[in-house]
Design a protein around this ligand. Structure first.
Ligand code: ADP
Ligand code: ZN
Ligand code: ZN
Length: 677
């Protein structure tokens, strides 16, 4: 008998349910099962001898099944992130909506000496075996004479990669530091986690590549997680260049067909290395030997849907369950990883180059977005990168007569001007409207534009005669912008935090951060960590080639410790201080935070629900605290800070289920975030 978890998003429907076990099916098989009046997809999560229920037979067993270790991983995730097994299984399941693509393949059976063939037919036979393509009809005639055999065959949909950045298909001899790191990885215990803490340009990718090569030699497979693929095409290219077809790349931009084919290749063993963003942690590989998390500080590893999993934690769990080795790498590791993982340090750049000199520029007296010193430096540098973590033209519009600010009708945030599209937009819900010509309240036509975003900066730099390449969430093809910037003789790459990802452009000598303290102004205990990482990462893009690099940091908080540590490239010093502060305030990694957000379109309902959740909790919690209205829904949150992680997760899960099931809180929706970012 099979225990089947139906793949439904309904929270109330909790399996597993018992069904007859079809021939040949086992844990991980995906089935179509009758469920009430409907047919649902389901996954076998367990087997049992007998059931007290009358058993129903599944309708069908699907072609692809899940490896049993992914079933176990999904059940762990459901519990760890207060979700349901069905939702977690949905994340690890084979991609639906596509099948293998087939085409007709022709091969020669036998051509007797006496066969009468014209030149065309001989040429056709010579060209086999191959897909029939345009010659299907002619080949069918030969098939009719028994000369050729034609049958459908699976065609792989091809995935195209844009190569960007310095290329190096052959493995270079390792530096001493790389050698030591590789040796430690190869000697690690099964299930162990290591932190490769290497400064920018220390050659972490080469260590990953050689560790993966050794795993493959041992007959094992590997997963390589990278931040958003569109932004990090370089690392993907390096793996594809080095390992060719044994690499499958899974990412969100793949079509359903391509996704299906890559998944099937991994499942069947045709591909043994999976490179991809956070969801690649679910790659259906067996004999997993190595899981790499590159740029482990990157916030894209946190999934914002239900279950709100953190791919770094899931990667560590998968490694523990399968006996693989986990390697998390970064120049700016999170305090969590710094504390929990065994550290491997690479303190110098591969070519012996020094890290760039970082200078603070005090902007308290400045009147323009770019300080004159910055303007000069940009003028002198051939290639530079400018980071401004704000897209659009200007942050907000106000009426000069009555001071009215243009706000989103659905969210409590101001609308941002996008001049090239001639509209103002909400960066939270996507609401857009035409640029106003007069004030709705007082009728004045004098409208002020405040602040500078990447679009305006691009315009100003272009006016000053620089070739500018802009990279932000409004850029449709990030990989093309990066490739164009790489090819350019001179130019400035301008953009949001996207420009500070792991790019490797040896001829960039200048890095500039504008409004560096912007991230410090967020009321969040991770504000320092984010600010430090952003500045240190941007600094890491400069001076990677023969010439020395220079970094300018424009700020109104020049003495903020996180900026000072970043300027000295002192990540150990920063982490030591940050860990002391967190321990004193009992923040992660010295506690677990769980956030419950209640939302509702009905006024007051979100706050009432949050209050009820707080009351239903066995221990005191913080809140309810209002959050800004989003997508027309009021929001309110309760935060639990706990030392006993398991007990706290169970308590929150219980409280939320209790309140969500009550009739008086029907109007509220609940979302639970364990380890919020
Ligand atoms: P990181 O990820 O640590 O910032 P990268 O992996 O991008 O650094 O490496 C920086 C550059 O150094 C890359 O262009 C890479 O090809 C090159 N590189 C790495 N290891 C070596 C080596 N052992 N010898 C020569 N060049 C290397
Ligand atoms: Zn007005
Ligand atoms: Zn909005």
């Amino acid at each position: 008998m099979a225990k089947v978890e139906p793949l439904t998003t309904a929270r109330v429907l909790r399996g597993p349910f018992d069904y007859e076990l079809p021939e040949g099916a086992g844990i991980g098989s995906v089935l179509e099962v009758p469920f009430g009046h409907q047919t649902l997809l389901g996954v076998i999560t367990g087997l049992a001898e007998q059931s007290e229920h009358q058993l129903v037979a599944p309708r069908r067993v699907l072609e692809h099944s899940l490896p049993p270790d992914l079933v176990e991983l999904a059940l762990w995730m459901a519990a760890e992130y207060c979700s349901t097994p069905a939702r977690a299984l949905g994340l690890v399941s084979p991609p639906s909506g596509a099948r293998a693509k087939t085409a007709l393949w022709a091969e020669v059976v036998e051509v007797p000496q006496e066969a009468r063939l014209n030149d065309n037919q001989r040429a056709l036979l010579e060209s086999l075996p191959r897909f029939t393509g345009a010659d299907t009809a002619a080949l069918r005639r030969l098939e009719g004479r028994g000369l050729v055999r034609i049958a459908p065959r699976i065609v792989r949909r091809h995935v195209v990669h844009t190569s960007v950045g310095a290329r190096r298909p052959e493995a270079p001899p390792l530096t001493g530091e790389q050698e030591a790191a590789l040796a430690a990885i190869l000697a690690a215990e099964p299930g162990e986690g290591l932190l490769l803490h290497g400064v920018t340009g220390s050659g972490k990718t080469e260590v990953y590549l050689q560790a993966v090569a050794r795993a493959l030699d041992r007959g094992e497979s590997a997963i390589v997680l990278v931040p958003e693929i569109g932004l990090t095409p370089q690392i993907v290219s390096r793996f594809v260049d080095r390992f060719g077809d044994t690499v499958a790349v899974l990412h969100s931009k793949l079509g359903t067909g391509e996704r299906h084919d890559e998944w099937a290749r991994l499942r069947a063993g045709g591909a043994r290395v999976c490179v991809g963003p956070r969801s690649a942690v679910f790659a259906p590989l067996d004999r997993l030997g190595l899981v790499i998390v590159d740029e482990e500080h990157d916030s894209s590893y946190k999934h914002e849907g239900d279950p709100r999993y953190d791919a770094r934690a899931v990667a560590a769990q998968r490694a523990r369950m399968t006996g693989a080795v986990l390697v998390a790498g970064s120049a700016t590791p999170r305090p969590e990883s710094f504390l929990a993982l065994r550290r491997l340090r690479m303190g110098s750049r591969v070519d012996g180059a020094s890290l760039p000199k970082v200078e603070m520029i005090d902007m308290r007296e400045a009147r323009r977005a770019l300080h004159p010193l910055t303007v000069h430096a940009l003028h002198d540098a051939r290639k530079s990168i400018v980071l401004l973590n704000r897209r659009g033209w200007s942050n907000f519009l106000t009426c000069r007569s009555c001071a009215e600010v243009w706000m989103c009708p659905e969210c409590d945030v101001s609308l941002v001007l996008h001049r090239s599209e001639d509209l103002i937009a909400c960066h939270h819900c996507g609401h857009r409207e035409p640029v106003p010509t007069r004030c709705d309240t007082c009728g004045s036509v004098s409208i002020g534009r405040h602040g500078t975003g990447t679009e305006r900066l691009e315009h100003e730099l272009a006016e000053a005669g620089h070739p500018v390449f802009r990279l932000d969430a409004d850029t449709p093809k990030a990989a093309f912008v990066l490739a164009a910037f790489e090819r350019a003789e001179r130019g400035i790459l301008v953009g949001t935090q996207m420009v500070a990802k792991g790019h490797d452009f040896p001829d960039v000598t200048l890095g500039v951060v504008l409004d560096a303290d912007a991230t410090l102004r967020f009321p969040d205990f991770r504000a320092e960590e984010r600010t430090f990482a952003l500045v240190a990462q941007l600094a890491g893009r400069a001076g990677r080639g023969a010439q020395d690099g220079r970094v300018l940091v424009q700020t109104i908080a020049a003495d903020a410790p996180s900026l000072a540590y970043a300027a000295r490239h002192d990540s150990e010093g920063f982490l030591a201080g940050e860990l002391r502060r967190r321990e004193a305030l009992r923040y992660p990694p010295y506690s677990t935070l769980i956030r419950v957000v209640c939302s509702s379109a009905e006024p007051g309902a979100a706050n009432a629900a949050a209050q009820a959740v707080r009351d239903a909790l066995p221990a005191p919690a913080l809140g309810p605290a209002p959050l800004f209205r989003l997508r027309g829904r009021e929001r309110s949150q309760v935060v639990v800070k706990a030392t006993d992680r398991r007990a706290a997760i169970a308590a929150v899960d219980g409280a939320v289920r209790d309140v969500a099931g009550r009739r008086d809180h029907k109007a509220a929706a609940f979302s639970v975030d364990v380890d919020p970012q």
